[in-house]
Design a protein around this ligand. Structure first.
Ligand code: SOE
Length: 385
């Protein structure tokens, strides 16, 4: 029997993100020596039958069909929000007011106004109540190592950030109108869903903020078959069609607070690219390059030579020592385990977890500036504070 203090977790939503978060909650204590032992107390979803099936499969002890009940429960101290963006703000604000710690999927919200309300709720929460937005790619060991190298000054002054997030899951015009393609549910398309990740990664690695942007967005397929019941990435199809109300792709350039020039490309139309989240940083003394499709590798150039491949699986690399012997590699799911580990440590020690809701709000402001710029023919637009 463990003598660690148990902390109850309530998770809202059980689709893709809910599944991967469940995996993280289940495994984190087995690989990291944590001050708290999470208990997967309650799962919430709208359909009782489906939530019960998901809870049984994913390892949750109880279910609720109304997230408000989950937030009210005494056996829940952490609320994990894995729903579409349209409910993030409402759930987070209620949970924080009830004194629950909150970890919320990205992007933080669907609008700047919602994100601001979440930041206010985090500031007004009882002392010691923590909140974090789940930009999981910060917890890829290679990306954390890239940040370490930049902090150590190995690249010198940063001149360029070149970031791409390339997917292709909606290239087929017959792919149905799932929630990620509806503005009222998702807030934005590729821009919010995956563009937010590369903005966060660029800011995280360089320590600079995006201060202004010039952007273009496009919706290539404007009508799609309505989605059937299961609205996941591989949803069933129906006869009638509906309007796609978000961008399929977004391209923007920007200026960073430390003087770097940046370019960002987020698209779901990069045929053949499944989850190519890539970032290259060029500095005065060297460069770094990363591609999630080879996520255990970081490429480093120093002193003007070519790039050298670093296999980021050594015990002294971020997070890697907790897992397998060198060279055995990690996957997508480990990034979530790492973020849950960092969150639990912050809850236990009283440290402020990052990325904070304020960090999430800043990303939201960048996304909104891109939308304003794109609506104005790509005019350079400041990111408002
Ligand atoms: C779909 O584009 C998606 O699942 C994103 O929502 C995730 O944040 C990303 O990690 C993978 O792709």
């Amino acid at each position: 029997m463990s003598d660690k203090t148990t902390i109850g977790v309530g998770m809202v939503g059980y689709a893709f993100m809910g599944r991967v978060h469940s995996q993280a909650w289940r495994s984190v204590g087995a690989f990291f020596d944590l001050p708290l032992a999470p208990r997967m107390a309650v799962l919430s979803g709208r359909s009782k039958e489906r939530t019960e099936a998901a809870a049984a499969q994913l390892g949750w002890d109880a279910v609720e069909t109304d997230w408000r009940e989950l937030v009210r429960r005494d056996d829940v101290q952490i609320v994990d929000i894995c729903t579409p963006g349209d409910s993030h703000a409402e759930i987070a604000v209620a949970a924080l007011a009830a004194g629950k710690h909150v970890i919320c999927e990205k992007p933080l919200a669907n609008t700047v106004a919602e994100a601001e309300a979440m930041v206010r709720a985090a500031a007004a929460a009882p002392p010691g109540v923590k909140s974090m937005v789940a930009f999981n790619y910060r917890r890829v060991p290679a990306i954390a190592l890239a940040r370490r190298y930049v902090e150590e000054g190995r690249l010198g002054e940063i001149r360029h950030v070149r970031a791409q997030y390339l997917q292709d899951w909606i290239v087929d015009p017959e792919f149905p109108l799932v929630w990620r393609l509806q503005k009222d549910k998702a807030g934005a398309g590729a821009l919010g869903d995956i563009g937010s990740h590369i903005v966060d990664a660029a800011e995280f690695i360089t320590g600079q903020h995006v201060v202004g942007v010039s952007g273009l967005t496009e919706t290539f397929i404007k009508q799609r078959p309505l989605a059937g019941e299961s609205a996941g990435l591989g949803a069933a199809r129906a006869e009638s069609t509906g309007e796609v109300t978000v961008d399929d792709a977004a391209l923007f350039i920007g200026r960073m607070s430390g003087g770097a020039l940046a370019s960002f490309e987020a698209t779901r139309f990069a045929t053949g690219r499944k989850n190519a989240m890539r970032i290259e940083i060029n500095g005065q003394l060297g460069s770094l390059a990363f591609d999630f499709e080879a996520m255990n590798e970081l490429w480093l150039c120093q002193g003007g030579g070519g790039f050298e491949r670093i296999l980021v699986t050594e015990p002294d690399h971020p997070y890697a020592g907790a897992w397998w012997p060198p060279g055995h590699g990690l996957g997508y799911e480990h990034t979530f385990t790492h973020e849950i580990k960092d969150f639990l440590e912050a809850v236990a020690t009283g440290a402020d977890p990052v990325p904070s809701f304020a960090d999430g709000l800043r990303v939201q402001r960048v996304l909104e500036a891109v939308e304003r710029s794109a609506a104005d023919g790509g005019r350079y637009t400041n990111v408002e504070d």
